[in-house]
Design a protein around this ligand. Structure first.
Ligand SMILES: NC(=O)c1ccc[n+]([C@@H]2O[C@H](COP(=O)([O-])OP(=O)(O)OC[C@H]3O[C@@H](n4cnc5c(N)ncnc54)[C@H](OP(=O)(O)O)[C@@H]3O)[C@@H](O)[C@H]2O)c1
Length: 321
C-alpha cells in the first residue's frame, strides 16, 4: 500500500510502498479515503514528543471504508474505566502504532464509528482528534451553557475551531483571539461576536471592556494564559488543553483564589466523549472547517504549511484509491 513513513526525528516524510497491515484478532482494516494533520504530528516530527519509536506511519485522523460502510476512527485508544482521566495505557493512533497517512490502517474494532451522512470523507477526516479534544474541553470539562460568554484562544487552530463550532451550537456568546485579523474576521463570518489580536500588548484591556468571560478554552498557555485569568469572570472556568506557547512565566495564584477560578486540564476524550461528539455533530449538522486539502504524496508540504501557522481550520490529506 502507499504510505508516508518517518524514520527519524526531523527526517524526510517519505512516500513509499509498504506491506499491508497483517490481520489481528479484534481489529479491522480500514481502507482510508482521507486523513488529517494535527499539531501532534508536527511535534512528533520535531522530536518533541514522549516515547518515540521509528520507523512508523504517522497520522491520527482518518475516514474511509470498512467493506461498503463509511467510517470514522476514534484515535484515542485504551482510555480505561475512569471517565475523569485516561489510564496509563492510553495511546493515540499514529505513534507508537502505525497511523492514517496510508491507504490502509488496522485498528481495534471498538474505535470505529459510522461516518455522518452529511459529510464528505475530507470533512469527516477533520473530526477525530481535534473534535474530541474540543468537545471534552467545551462540554465535558467546561460544562458550557447557553448563558455563557466564551473566549477561545488561537482561533486558526484545528481544536480551537471545533471548540468554536461546539460553543456556537450550544447557543453561547463566543469571542476569539488570534494572531491574524483575517482569521478573526472569518470567525465572525461563522457566528462569533468578535475577537482580539493577541499580538497587541493591550488586547486584554479591550477584552476587559467586553468581558468578563464565563468560560475560556485555551490551547496556547504561555503568558497569554496569565492574562486570560485577569479577564475571566469571578467563578469562571478556564479549560487548558495545549501549550503551543509553552509555560506560564508570570503565574500568580492570588488571582486564582481571589476570583475563585476553576482551572481545568483536558486531554482528548473518553469513548463516551467521542460517541457524544459524533451525535452532537449529526444533530447540529456541523460541517468542519477544512482549510486546505493536499495529496498524500505532498504530505511534507502539508507539514510545512502547518508549521507556518497560516491555516484556518484543518489540513487534510487525500488518499489515492
Ligand atoms: N490535550 C490534548 O489532548 C490535545 C489535543 C490536540 C491538540 N493539543 C495541543 O493543542 C495545541 C493546538 O493544537 P492544534 O492541532 O489545534 O494546532 P494547530 O491547528 O496547529 O493550531 C495552533 C494554533 O495556535 C494558535 N496560537 C499560536 N500562538 C498563540 C498564542 N500566543 N496565543 C494564542 N494562540 C496561539 C494559532 O492561532 P492563530 O492562527 O489564530 O493565531 C494556531 O492556529 C497544540 O499545542 C497541541 O499540541 C492538545
Amino acid at each position: 500500500m502507499k504510505s508516508i513513513v518517518l524514520a527519524e526525528i526531523n527526517g524526510p516524510l517519505r512516500s513509499i510502498e509498504v506491506e499491508d497491515p497483517a490481520p489481528l484478532d479484534g481489529h479491522v482494516l480500514v481502507n482510508l479515503r482521507s486523513a488529517a494533520l494535527n499539531h501532534r504530528d508536527v511535534w512528533i516530527h520535531q522530536g518533541q514528543y514522549a516515547r518515540l519509536q521509528f520507523p512508523f506511519i504517522p497520522g491520527s485522523d482518518g475516514a474511509g471504508f470498512i467493506g461498503n460502510d463509511p467510517v470514522v476512527i476514534n484515535p484515542g485508544m485504551n482510555w480505561g474505566a475512569n471517565p475523569n482521566v485516561q489510564s496509563d495505557a492510553f495511546d493515540i493512533l499514529g505513534m507508537p502504532s502505525n497511523g492514517t497517512f496510508a491507504q490502509k490502517v488496522l485498528v481495534p474494532e471498538s474505535q470505529i464509528h459510522p461516518m455522518p451522512d452529511h459529510l464528505s470523507f475530507e470533512e469527516a477526516a477533520a473530526i477525530p482528534l481535534a473534535g474530541v479534544t474540543a468537545f471534552r474541553a467545551v462540554v465535558t470539562q467546561g460544562k458550557i451553557s447557553s448563558a455563557d460568554r466564551v473566549l477561545i484562544s488561537g482561533i486558526g487552530g484545528g481544536v480551537a475551531l471545533w471548540a468554536m463550532q461546539f460553543a456556537l451550537a450550544a447557543g453561547a456568546e463566543v469571542w476569539v483571539t488570534s494572531g491574524n485579523q483575517t482569521k478573526i474576521d472569518r470567525a465572525v463570518d461563522l457566528g462569533v461576536k468578535g475577537g482580539f489580536l493577541y499580538t497587541d500588548p493591550e488586547w486584554t484591556k479591550t477584552a476587559r471592556q467586553i468581558g468578563p468571560f464565563d468560560l475560556v478554552i485555551d490551547g496556547a498557555g504561555g503568558e497569554g494564559l496569565a492574562q486570560i485569568m485577569k479577564i475571566a469572570s469571578p467563578g469562571g472556568r478556564i479549560v487548558c488543553y495545549g501549550a503551543t506557547s509553552g509555560g506560564v512565566p508570570t503565574f500568580s495564584p492570588h488571582i486564582l483564589f481571589w476570583k475563585q477560578l476553576r482551572l481545568l486540564g483536558s486531554t482528548m476524550g473518553s469513548p463516551d466523549d467521542f460517541s457524544s461528539m459524533m451525535k452532537f455533530i449529526c444533530l447540529h449538522k456541523i460541517v468542519p472547517v477544512v482549510d486546505r486539502i493536499f495529496a498524500l504524496g505532498a504530505c511534507a508540504e502539508a507539514y510545512t504549511y502547518m508549521e507556518e501557522g497560516k491555516q484556518f481550520g484543518k489540513i487534510v490529506l487525500q488518499i489515492p484509491v
